[in-house]
Design a protein around this ligand. Structure first.
Ligand code: URA
Length: 434
């Protein structure tokens, strides 16, 4: 087989066989196929796309390129959750403990901050002592004993994705549905769960800006899961506004704790309950409605909060974070208020810009080697639909000495649109794809 012929076939809109897809992916990972041929192959897929069968094969081939986690030694149906990435997205910190408290094992690998979006692993590491690298033995022991463990991705998880993603990033071939779906689902398949709840973000802070694009991606990911005999549901959720009010690592842990105590923002609480209910439903705990009720009870009776405490303790973190978060978490008392000069309704917030502004304050990394300042971030005081007047504080910046405050301020200014028209309310859950 020659790479040239496979590229030509896809360039002309042909359907690729299993052998051809494996030849390209495995050859590229081994170094037999050079970057220029893989780049041409990716561009051919970008323009001619792949059908469901080709996507499923591409995903499986990528998943098989490195280590795979076997979860079969853990009893019960293991359901993983995946978010396509957003701003202020701290759902795993709440959903994990809810679901684990209901007897559904959570054995999860999570990611770090990427671009303007935050990462669960960085958020957890803002809790002093919390270890996101566990030995395999510890990982399984924690899941067996308390029903939950969350770790960072192992170095050799889907090396094909690491190599192909870097090439996509450099060749303008990131935003193609088959390539995104295979990239995400290969990591999910390698993670070993029996099913997936996929939180597909839609809006200004997300990868997918429209419901149509997000539906296409959701269909592709659910299709890949099914083709591999896995259970799956995709929930399309609103990322036209930051999720909850807090953006930044310690601040998001704080908000997750408030939510576990029953005092969280409405949108964020609703999303966490919904995702938890879908996970429990896929795990066979009852109908979606029954599971929603169970999830609410777990929040109301403190079971989820207790589970969070146990989870932190088992991974080496200071469990007092639950009772005394302000003492335990790295926090800054240096707060700069951002006031509006306008009067009217907040009609939209450019969420991507909020994520970038938070990074300017130090909440993200500029380079892979950069360290994160856990204490900094942004509090969204006024959200879409609020009526504001000149002088009102609409956001707060939690800053440190290294924060680029002027850059962040400029982005905040650009991100808020204020007008005389009251905007339509957009629900947090936009659509469910089953
Ligand atoms: N997240 C991924 O893991 N891969 C993509 O291609 C896009 C988002």
């Amino acid at each position: 087989m020659r790479a040239y012929d496979v590229i030509l076939k896809k360039r002309n809109g042909g359907k690729l066989s299993k052998d051809e897809i494996e030849f390209m992916v495995n050859g590229y990972v081994k170094g037999d196929i050079p970057d220029y041929q893989m780049a041409a192959f990716l561009m051919a897929i970008y323009f001619k796309h792949m059908d469901g069968e080709e996507r499923a094969i591409l995903t499986e081939t990528m998943a098989n390129s490195g280590d795979k986690v076997g979860l079969s030694s853990i009893p019960g149906i293991k359901i993983d959750k995946h978010s396509t990435g957003g701003v202020g997205d701290k759902t795993t910190l709440v959903v994990g403990p809810i679901v684990a408290s209901l007897g559904v094992p959570v054995a999860k690998m999570s990611g770090r901050a990427l671009g303007h979006t935050g990462g669960t692993i960085d958020k957890l590491e803002s809790i002093p002592g919390f270890r996101t690298t566990l030995s395999e033995e510890e990982f399984f022991k924690n899941v067996r004993e308390i029903g939950i463990a969350v770790v960072g991705q192992t170095a050799n998880l889907v090396p094909a994705d690491k190599k192909i993603y870097a090439l996509r990033d450099a060749t303008a071939t990131v935003d193609e549905v088959s390539l995104i779906a295979a990239s995400i689902m290969s990591k999910k398949l390698a993670g070993g769960a029996d099913g997936y709840v996929l939180d597909v973000k839609v809006g200004s802070g997300a990868f997918m800006k429209t419901i149509e694009d997000a539906t296409e991606l959701a269909d592709a990911m659910v299709g890949i899961a099914r083709a591999h005999g896995k259970r799956a549901v995709a929930v399309l959720t609103n990322m036209d506004v930051p999720l909850g009010k807090m953006v930044g690592n310690s601040l998001e842990v704080l908000e997750a704790l408030e939510t576990l105590k029953g005092n969280g923002p409405e949108d964020f609480t609703e999303l966490c309950l919904n995702l938890s209910a879908w996970m429990c439903h896929l795990a066979g705990k009852g109908t979606f409605e029954e599971c929603l009720k169970l999830a609410k009870e777990s929040l109301d009776n403190g079971a989820a909060l207790n589970k969070f405490r146990q989870f932190v303790e088992y991974q080496g973190g200071n469990p007092d974070v639950v009772e005394r978060p302000y003492d335990v978490l790295p926090m800054t008392s240096n707060v700069t208020e951002f006031k509006t000069e306008m009067e009217g309704y907040i009609t939209s917030i450019d969420t991507e810009k909020i994520g970038i502004a938070s990074n300017h304050l130090g909440a993200g990394r500029k380079t892979k080697e950069d360290t994160i300042d856990y204490s900094v971030g942004i509090e969204i005081v006024s959200k879409v639909g609020d009526y504001v007047r000149p002088g009102d504080t609409i956001a707060k910046m939690y800053v440190s000495q290294k924060s680029e405050i002027e850059e962040a301020k400029e982005l905040l200014k650009e991100s808020y649109v204020i007008s005389q028209e009251k905007p339509l309310e957009r629900p947090i859950i936009l659509k469910v794809v089953k």
